[in-house]
Each structure stands twice: as structure tokens, then as C-alpha cells.
Design a protein around this ligand. Structure first.
Ligand SMILES: [Ca+2]
Ligand SMILES: [Ca+2]
Length: 168
């Protein structure tokens, strides 16, 4: 086993880990990598570095968490693109300011508290390793998501899908 110690400020947040949700390509975590994920992915697809914890890694579209949604993310995304439900599950561990035993491997840590942005971090932990996370949660601000996806978004989706087919 491995051990993670998760502290948060403010305390009393919920700690979840998941097994990667198809390496993070299942952006909306519904169990498959499909149209809704593509919409989110497409919205952030850009060579600019502007993703981080403060914007939830561009809504999760920055799959490899390197700060931008670009080719390295696209390669992971297209690998899992399928209408089948075959992505992972979430494990609820308990409240923060605790230690938890987990299996070694690569995990996504999520710390959730009402009124605060979800904290999200990918980590890899070895057998018998102990890792400490000291997390400062950020207050919820303006909504992350545009409320309306305009016609432009639909057109981009169409172009994107044609592009995806070509690459497949
Ligand atoms: Ca999905
Ligand atoms: Ca990336």
C-alpha cells in the first residue's frame, strides 16, 4: 500500500481519488470519452499556455496538465474516443486533514468543498511511499462555462470531427 496525507485550508473538504478516467480523457467523468468531452476539448484547444489549477486545468481539457490543451492531449483523447462506457470509477476516501491508504499507481486527486473550486491533481505514488498534500482551496468565482454554445461551436464541432476521423 501507499499513504496519502491530504490537508486543506479551509478544512472539512471531501477527498476523492479516481483511477484516471481513461487517463483523464473522459473530461466530464461520465464513464466514456465521447461528444460532450469533445465539446469541452474543442473549446480549449489552443497552443497558448493558459491552463492551471485556478481554471480547473481548462475545465479538465488539459489532460496531461502541462498548462495547455494541445497535441499531447489530443493524442491521449483520440486513443480513447469511443461511444462505449469503459472509463474508471471514483473512490470517496473521506474528509481532509486525514491520511488514507491507497494502492500504488497513478491517480487523480480531487478535493471538493461547497463554495470552492474543485482541487484537481494527477500524481503517481510507489509502494510504501507517503505523500503529503497541503492544499489551499480557491473560492468559487464566476462560472467557468459559457452558458450557450453558439452556432460557431457547432460548426467547430463538425470541423473537429472531420479532423478526428482523418487522424483515426
Ligand atoms: Ca465523458
Ligand atoms: Ca496539455
Amino acid at each position: 500500500m501507499a499513504i496519502i496525507i491530504v490537508n486543506s485550508n479551509p478544512p472539512d473538504a471531501e477527498v476523492h481519488i479516481d483511477d484516471g478516467w481513461c487517463e483523464g480523457a473522459d473530461i466530464d467523468r461520465d464513464g466514456r470519452v465521447w461528444m460532450r468531452d469533445w465539446l469541452i476539448f474543442n473549446q480549449y484547444f489552443s497552443p497558448e499556455y493558459n491552463c492551471g489549477i485556478e481554471n480547473g486545468w481548462c475545465g479538465g481539457a488539459d489532460i496531461d496538465r502541462d498548462g495547455r490543451v494541445w497535441m499531447s492531449d489530443y493524442l491521449i483523447f483520440k486513443q480513447y474516443f469511443s461511444p462505449d462506457y469503459n472509463c474508471g470509477k471514483i473512490y470517496s476516501l473521506g474528509p481532509t486533514n486525514n491520511s488514507f491508504e491507497i494502492d500504488p499507481g497513478t491517480w487523480f486527486l480531487k478535493v471538493i468543498k461547497d463554495g470552492y473550486k474543485d482541487y484537481d491533481e494527477k500524481f503517481t505514488i510507489a509502494q510504501d511511499e507517503t505523500r503529503i498534500f497541503d492544499i489551499t482551496l480557491i473560492k468559487e468565482g464566476a462560472p467557468n462555462w459559457p452558458l450557450i454554445l453558439g452556432i460557431g461551436g457547432v460548426v467547430l464541432l463538425g470541423i473537429g470531427l472531420i479532423g478526428l476521423k482523418k487522424f483515426k
